[in-house]
Design a protein around this ligand. Structure first.
Ligand SMILES: [Zn+2]
Length: 301
């Protein structure tokens, strides 16, 4: 895709407001820079919002856009055929449930922001959550509606849920796309009930793959990935916004998928109870912490 000079805007650091950075990596004519004050990594200059919005069309959701790794339409097909079994999404649901107060684990209200075609929401519904979605793409939202799950096609800024509407809010591979993550996280925090859980998954800037591959790290997609977090910058964000308990773990999808395939992870538990399985689980998570490219983040209000 070709862009013109007027398609770009220069931005300051979202977290601390500084305009003081070091250029780190160049990719497809974009620069990923790192704030000298707080360490946040962000794309600068970046595409203007209206340009970015145009990237999330039907092609994007079928893996023909700037992110070739996604194919939500195929995910929906696998999911509706019922061939996907106990997936990582199921495990994520079990983990969220384990963090909620006991009395709120049934019919807990869950919002997924950037729910795409709704596979996670349908899984969450099977775990007893009362689900709804927020999704910018009308194309993707239609898949969710067909599952009978309510979804609004709005941005976080335009959605006006009353304060303390939800027990759980989920953002999988979304926060890196948000133009103003600090403002969005403040809003999301206000939507959660006290004791509610925010679960996020995103890339980890400090992972070995970035250090080895530099700008070829797959997570650098500067057209749409506007901010890239590390354990420490993510923690700073969540603490600033007011979450009282923050757990940032480096658990990407690959190793967790293996644990699931080896039946170490089983339905309805977030941590294996069997001592042998639990030891394997803890060991694998420790290894994963040093090799994974992704983070799974749990924050409790
Ligand atoms: Zn900064």
């Amino acid at each position: 895709m070709q862009f013109q000079k007027e398609d770009f805007e220069s931005v300051v650091c979202d977290f601390c407001g500084a305009d003081d950075y070091t250029k780190r990596y160049e990719k497809r004519g974009f620069w990923m820079v790192q704030c000298n004050k707080c360490g946040l990594v962000y794309t600068n200059p970046r595409l203007k919002q209206e340009k970015i919005a145009a990237l999330y069309d039907a092609d994007y959701f079928q893996g023909h856009g700037f992110d070739r790794s996604i194919d939500y339409v195929k995910d929906v097909k696998d999911h509706t055929k019922g061939t996907d079994g106990y997936t990582l999404e199921d495990w994520d649901c079990d983990t969220i449930l384990s963090l909620l107060p006991q009395e709120r684990r049934t019919n807990a209200r869950l919002l997924e922001i950037g729910c795409g075609t709704g596979v996670f929401l349908d899984k969450a519904r099977k775990h007893g959550f009362e689900c709804q979605g927020l999704e910018l793409s009308e194309y993707a939202a239609n898949f969710v509606r067909q599952m009978g799950i309510p979804v609004e096609t709005k941005s976080i800024e335009d959605a006006n849920y009353p304060p303390e509407s939800f027990d759980a809010i989920v953002m999988r591979e979304v926060i890196e796309h948000l133009p103003h993550p600090l403002d969005s996280l403040k809003t999301i925090h206000s939507w959660l009930r006290p004791g509610g859980v925010l679960f996020m998954a995103t890339g980890n800037y400090d992972c070995p793959e970035r250090k080895l591959r530099g700008s070829d790290w797959f997570y650098f997609m500067p057209e749409g990935h506007l901010n890239i977090f590390s354990n420490s910058t993510m923690r700073k964000y969540l603490q600033k916004v007011g979450f009282r308990k923050v757990d940032v773990t480096n658990q990407g999808d690959k190793l967790m998928d293996m644990l699931k395939d080896w039946k170490i992870l089983t339905p309805n538990v977030s941590k294996p109870r069997n001592i042998f399985k639990r030891s394997v689980f803890i060991m694998m998570r420790s290894i994963n912490h040093f090799i994974s490219s992704g983070m799974r983040i749990y924050a409790v209000k």
